[in-house]
Design a protein around this ligand. Structure first.
Ligand SMILES: Cc1cc2nc3c(=O)[nH]c(=O)nc-3n(C[C@H](O)[C@H](O)[C@H](O)COP(=O)(O)OP(=O)(O)OC[C@H]3O[C@@H](n4cnc5c(N)ncnc54)[C@H](O)[C@@H]3O)c2cc1C
Length: 374
C-alpha cells in the first residue's frame, strides 16, 4: 500500500489527463459509436495499461486501490474509456498471471507499452449469469488446442489483439486460452447497438476449429474455474469504481448546472428541495467510495471476506450510479434530456454497471450465501 498522499497525487494526475485528453472526445465517441482511440493514446502518457501488472514483467505493480482510483477518474468523464481500459486489464490479467514465459514475453511487452487491446471472453448465448454453463470446448489434438464455440457480448471484440477465453476442457473442467486475432478459425458477430457505453465495441466472438499452440494454454488445463473465480473477486471492485466515477461525474455536472441556472429570479441551487437532493446524493457517493475502498483493502490483503465485500461494493456503487445519474438529469430539467449536456449520456452509461460482471441479482446471491453460510 502506498501513502494516502501518493494516491491523491496519482488521482490528480489521472484527473488532469482525463479532463484534457479524454473528456473532449467523450460525447463524440458516444454519438458516433466509435472506439475511443484518443483515450487509448492518452493511457500511454501515464502508462496506465501497465498499472496492474507486476514490475517483474514491466508493469507498475499498482494495487487494486490505485486501479480503482484510475478507473473512477476516467469514468467521471467517459465511461466508455474506463471500460476500454478495464477490459484490456481483464484480458491481459490471466496471461500475466498464468502465461508461460514465452507467452508473457510475446504479449506483455507490447501491451505494457500501450500497443495492445485485449478482451476477456466468458459469457455465452445461453446465459452470462451461469458462467459455468459455458459450452465452448477446447480439445487437445496433435500438440494443439482446438476451440469450438461462441462467446457473447464481448467488449473490445474485433478491436482486440488478444482474447483470453474460458473453454471447457472436460465434463467438469475448464481451461483459459490466449487467442490472437490472426488465429485461423476466429471470427466476430455483428457489432451490437447499445443503450450506453456506445463507443465500446461489443460483439460475439466465434471459434470454429480455432487452433492454438500448446503454449497458449494459461496455467493448468483444469484450473480455469479457479482462475476466473479469483479474477472476478478482483475485477468487481473495478466495476464499482467505474460506477462511482459515473456518479461523481453526474453530480459534478449537476452542481455546475444548478449554480448557473436561474428560475423564479434565483439560482436553482438556492431552492431548499434541490439542496436536499444534493446533500443526499453526495452522501450516497461518499458511502459508496468508503465501501469500495474497503473492498480494495480486503482484496489486496486476500482477506476471507474479500469476495463478499467486492460483490457488496459492485452492487452498492452501481445502484448509486444509476440513482445519481437519474437525479442529475432531473436537476437539469429539460436540458438534462438533451445530448448537449453529459448527464444524458451518463444516465445511459450507468445502467450497464448493474448488469455486467455479474448482475445486481447475482451480487445479492453471493452476499446472501456468505451471510447464511450455506
Ligand atoms: C455492454 C456489455 C459488455 C459486456 N462485456 C463482456 C465481456 O467483455 N466479457 C464477457 O464475458 N461478458 C461480457 N458481458 C456479458 C455480461 O457479463 C452479461 O450480460 C451478464 O453477466 C448477464 O448475463 P446475461 O446477459 O446472460 O443475463 P442472464 O443471465 O440471462 O440474466 C437475465 C436476468 O435473470 C437474472 N438472473 C439470472 N440468474 C439468476 C438467479 N440465479 N437468481 C436471480 N436472478 C437471476 C439476471 O440478474 C437478469 O436480471 C457484457 C455485457 C454487456 C451488455
Amino acid at each position: 500500500m502506498l501513502e494516502r498522499q501518493d494516491y491523491e497525487e496519482f488521482r490528480k494526475a489521472v484527473r488532469r489527463l482525463a479532463e484534457t485528453k479524454i473528456q473532449p472526445h467523450a460525447a463524440d465517441v458516444d454519438e458516433k459509436k466509435r472506439f475511443p482511440e484518443e483515450a487509448l493514446a492518452a493511457f500511454k502518457e501515464l502508462q496506465l495499461i501497465a498499472l496492474p501488472f507486476d514490475e517483474s514483467i514491466g508493469g507498475q505493480s499498482g494495487d487494486v486501490l490505485a486501479q480503482c482510483i484510475c478507473l473512477e477518474e476516467i469514468a467521471r468523464v467517459c465511461a466508455t474509456s474506463s471500460l476500454t481500459l478495464m477490459v484490456i486489464w481483464a484480458g491481459l490479467g490471466p496471461i500475466a498471471s498464468f502465461g508461460s514465459p514465452q507467452l508473457i514475453e510475446e504479449v506483455m511487452e507490447p501491451a505494457i507499452n500501450g500497443n495492445t487491446v485485449a478482451s476477456i471472453c466468458l459469457t455465452e448465448i445461453h446465459g452470462g449469469s451461469d458462467v459455468w454453463g459455458a459450452r465452448t470446448r477446447a480439445q487437445y489434438k496433435d500438440g494443439q488446442w482446438v476451440l469450438n464455440g461462441q462467446k457473447r457480448y464481448i467488449t473490445n471484440a474485433s478491436r482486440s489483439d488478444w482474447y483470453s477465453v474460458l473453454a471447457r476442457t472436460g465434463e467438469n473442467s475448464f481451461g483459459v486460452f490466449a487467442v490472437h486475432k490472426s488465429d485461423p478459425g476466429l471470427s466476430f458477430g455483428k457489432l451490437e447497438s447499445k443503450m450506453g457505453v456506445r463507443g465500446s465495441p461489443t460483439a460475439d466472438v466465434i471459434f470454429e476449429e480455432c487452433r492454438v499452440d500448446d503454449y497458449r494454454l494459461l496455467g493448468d488445463s483444469k484450473e480455469g474455474r479457479q482462475y476466473i473465480t479469483d479474477s472476478l473477486a478482483y475485477t468487481r471492485p473495478l466495476i464499482g469504481a467505474q460506477a462511482l466515477g459515473i456518479a461523481q461525474g453526474a453530480l459534478d455536472a449537476a452542481i455546475k448546472y444548478v449554480k448557473e441556472r436561474e428560475v423564479f429570479g434565483q439560482q436553482v441551487a438556492r431552492f431548499q428541495m434541490i439542496r436536499g437532493t444534493i446533500g443526499d446524493l453526495a452522501t450516497e457517493i461518499e458511502a459508496s467510495r468508503q465501501l469500495l475502498y474497503r473492498s480494495c483493502e480486503a482484496v489486496e490483503n486476500k482477506e476471507p471476506e474479500a469476495r463478499t465485500l467486492a460483490s457488496m461494493a459492485k452492487l452498492f456503487c452501481s445502484n448509486v450510479a444509476m440513482k445519481v445519474a437519474t437525479e442529475s438529469v432531473q436537476l437539469h430539467g429539460g436540458a438534462g434530456y438533451l445530448t448537449d449536456f453529459p448527464v444524458e449520456r451518463m444516465m445511459r452509461d450507468a445502467k450497464i454497471t448493474q448488469i455486467y460482471e455479474g448482475t445486481s441479482e447475482i451480487q445479492k446471491l453471493i452476499v446472501a450465501k456468505a451471510m447464511l453460510s450455506d
